[in-house]
Design a protein around this ligand. Structure first.
Ligand code: GDG
Length: 724
């Protein structure tokens, strides 16, 4: 039975050292609840740090065994690992960068080294639990490298990754010295999930810009695999919050609070101490409310819970001081004997007291500057069974994508915040109910359990999709079989594409000339009298002749327009026209004018628009536009538009590599046929060949008619060397 392993920085149980010995404190976090039914299931496990530093080996054994009984496998970290990997790289490099605070980010090589090392440590811990067929779900920014590490060790595992914080614009990611490694790390997964479509879009854009991997419909094609990317807005355990708020305990707590507060109105704010949460801005807005609407003085209080967090880090300590001062100033200025504007708590509350605060508050002020999702907003909504209450929500929290019935504000717009507060306090009951009802239905439906289920289902689907799309990699066994068939054949035909197959791409196509290794390899192949070696390319015949014409090779140029058997002259495949170029050339020139870095190549019977050197995203957009434009202009003509690797090519219909390959095979019958190519134009060759031919597509997990895949040029050359 395949297992499921959950991995996150922290385990859902915290181990504490107390006077009474070690104690185990289960977490009440949303993730622990949502995944509870998975990791506790027979044979499954949750891998993570238990939150304390070991004193001796006996302790390690005791904790490991105690946690194992509850389906958990601890990864023990040292103090210096926590300092450099967690407080260092995770919280001082990734956290500020991903939340759009690059000015707070540090770039320490030692922190990076620790991050790599701890991700490896997690990898080893997971491998100790996971078999080759298992499903592994990795969580959050502390473990961005883990998916690729796991993939390397267990190529067939199903691996999911979910990021709980925002994924920022490419403009921020590109600042990180280790950006490419981080993206490669994530791409080890089969499915990568984000809270919002916006984060997903940023990720696709970063992958396109920094790694050059194309994506379509959320599927990224890496050289070896297809990776699915999708948005999964995380929810909460709705019933738990609804029930807790309605419970007798919560009502009792509320009564106590009420008595202390009198008839005053209550605005609530709850966060972990963090500069991303906009806590200071919120206090300033509350102060302005009292200035602009003095009728609220003595009437409204802000209950502000700030849960201590990371306060050893200088920015957090400074923030704490700023909040302390602001609260002090406000209270000193406005407080009366029986009323305080701010009730400030720098500590965390037990769950049932939290529930009573949600119950008590009429307005929730959730105004982060950046927040991946923000569960407090959803918890407040779930707690309001009576339909009274107003949520003020920052447009920069992931939750705002769903909770559009909140008063959605820009948290840096102080004016908007003040007005929203006032509007919330005077909002008619009917409108409150209307907004809350809509939001409650949504939070109830898209809860943490449906989130988990959806992610797991998509993960299974991503694997099926991969199998559907993927052609098998050319395995060592298949290679042996291919080599044996080659050796046994008295006549062999090798059809080899050039760019991306025999030679790597160069930003300037004219610079992709063959190197010495390739020339020697091709020469050696042609020296065997049983071989016909055909270079079958989209390139113009002059370039092919200049680069390789001195070798006894056969050539098919311009995708089959020109043919030249070794030792003969160039001949046309059939009579062709090129008078259409006059009309279409200006269209291509227009796209060159609009797309820096692109250019037009003119061949004898075709026109090519190249966009390899253009901005990756702009190039792809313009290519789609141009394709539509050309399809319109060439309908009812004898022309076709081919999509190649970062090129669009217009040529006469009926001419393609497949037609040329067929003619070759008819003219030079062979017992062994091998065709290798890397782009869509090579699919015509694969299609034209008999089923027994060995057809190989180079690169991505793209859908292909070929029987096998190879990752890149180096593998192609290695295979050809094996034939010698
Ligand atoms: C990260 C992302 C994303 C708060 N005070 C108390 C208390 N809490 C609980 C809340 C809520 C949780 O802590 C906070 O969750 P958030 O989502 O608001 O924020 P982060 O901790 O920063 O979490 C965030 C989340 O991951 C999930 O993907 O939404 O954007 O930053 O559940 O109720 N709980 C108790 N006492 C408190 O005083 N018991």
């Amino acid at each position: 039975m395949p297992k499921t392993i959950i991995v996150s920085n922290r385990l859902p149980t915290k181990v504490l050292r107390t006077d009474a010995g070690l104690t185990f404190q289960p977490s009440e976090g949303g993730l622990a609840t949502g995944l509870g039914s998975i990791y506790r299931h027979e044979g499954n496990a949750w891998v993570g740090w238990p939150g304390l530093f070991l004193e001796d080996a006996a302790e390690e054994q005791y904790i490991t065994e105690a946690l194992r009984a509850d389906s958990m496998a601890p990864v023990f970290l040292t103090e210096s690992e926590i300092q450099d990997y967690y407080e260092g790289f995770s919280n001082s490099t990734l956290w500020p960068t991903f939340h759009y605070f690059p000015q707070f980010a540090t770039y320490e090589a030692a922190h990076w080294a620790a991050y790599v090392a701890v991700n490896e440590k997690f990898c080893a811990a997971v491998l100790a639990q996971a078999g080759p067929e298992d499903t592994i779900w990795v969580h959050d920014y502390q473990l961005l490298l883990l998916p690729a590490m796991l993939r390397a060790a267990r190529p067939d595992c199903t691996i999911g990754f979910f990021l709980h914080i925002p994924f920022p614009s490419y403009e921020l990611i590109r600042v990180l010295p280790w950006r490419a490694e981080l993206l490669h790390g994530m791409l080890g997964a089969d499915l990568i999930g984000f809270h919002t479509f916006g984060y997903m879009r940023h990720f696709l854009s970063a992958v396109a810009h920094l790694l050059g991997f194309p994506a379509q419909n959320g599927l990224i094609e890496t050289p070896t695999r297809t990776v699915l990317v999708d948005a999964f807005p995380m929810g909460i355990d709705y019933e738990r919050y609804a029930e807790a708020a309605a419970s007798a305990a919560a009502q009792a707590h509320e009564a106590v609070y009420r008595q202390a507060l009198g008839a005053g109105r209550v605005v609530l704010s709850i966060d972990r101490l963090d500069y991303t949460k906009g806590i200071a801005q919120r206090l300033l807005a509350f102060e302005q409310l009292l200035v602009r609407y003095p009728e609220w003085v003595g009437q409204v209080s802000l209950i502000m819970v700030v849960v201590p967090s990371r306060d050893q880090v200088p920015q957090y300590a400074a923030l704490k001081q700023e909040i302390d001062e602001l609260v002090g100033r406000l209270n000193a200025r406005y407080r009366t004997i029986d009323w305080s504007p701010i009730h400030y708590f720098y500590r965390s509350f037990p769950f049932d007291e939290l529930a009573s605060l949600y119950r008590l508050a009429e307005v929730a002020l959730v105004t982060p500057l950046r927040d991946g999702m923000n569960l407090v907003a959803k918890e407040f909504v779930a707690s309001k069974a009576d339909g009274r209450g107003v949520l003020i929500l920052s447009e920069r929290a992931g939750a705002a994508r769903e909770l559009s019935d909140a008063l959605v504000i820009n948290p840096t717009d102080l004016d908007a915040l003040v007005e929203a507060l006032h509007q919330a306090l005077v909002m008619p009951a009917e409108e409150q109910a209307q907004r809350l009802d809509a939001m409650r239905a949504l939070v109830r439906r898209y809860n943490v359990f449906s989130w988990t289920k959806l992610f797991m289902n998509q993960l299974t689907y991503s694997k099926i999709k991969q199998h559907m799309l993927a052609t098998d990699m050319l395995s060592p066994a298949a290679t042996d079989e291919l080599v044996a068939a080659y050796r046994a054949a008295p006549q062999r035909l090798l059809l080899l594409d050039y760019d991306g197959t025999l030679a790597p791409f160069h930003p300037n196509p004219q610079r992709a000339e063959p190197d010495q290794e390739l020339r020697l390899l091709l020469r050696a192949l042609t020296e065997d009298p049983r071989n016909r070696v055909v270079v079958i390319s989209g390139r113009d015949r002059a370039t092919l002749a200049r680069w390789l014409g001195d070798l006894p090779l056969d050539f098919i140029a311009e995708h089959g327009v020109w043919l030249r058997p070794a030792g003969e002259e160039w001949q046309l495949f059939q009579t062709l026209k090129n008078d259409w170029m006059r009309e279409l050339r200006p269209v291509l020139d227009l796209y060159v004018a609009r797309t820096a870095g692109s250019f037009v190549e003119t061949k004898d019977y075709s026109l090519v628009w190249h966009f390899r050197r253009a901005d990756a995203e702009l190039g792809a957009v313009r290519a789609r536009e141009l394709l539509a434009h050309l399809n319109f202009m060439t309908s009812n003509t004898d022309l076709q538009v081919l999509e190649g690797n970062k090129v669009l090519e217009i040529k006469n219909a009926g001419i393609n590599k497949g037609a040329a390959a067929s003619r070759w095979l008819a003219q030079f019958p062979a017992d062994f046929v091998l065709a290798i190519g890397d782009d869509r134009t090579d699919e015509d060759t694969f299609r034209a060949l008999p089923p027994a031919a060995y057809t190989i597509r180079v690169g991505s997990g793209a859908r292909s008619l070929a029987r096998f895949h190879l990752a890149g040029v180096a593998d192609v050359r290695a295979l050809l060397r094996r034939l010698l």
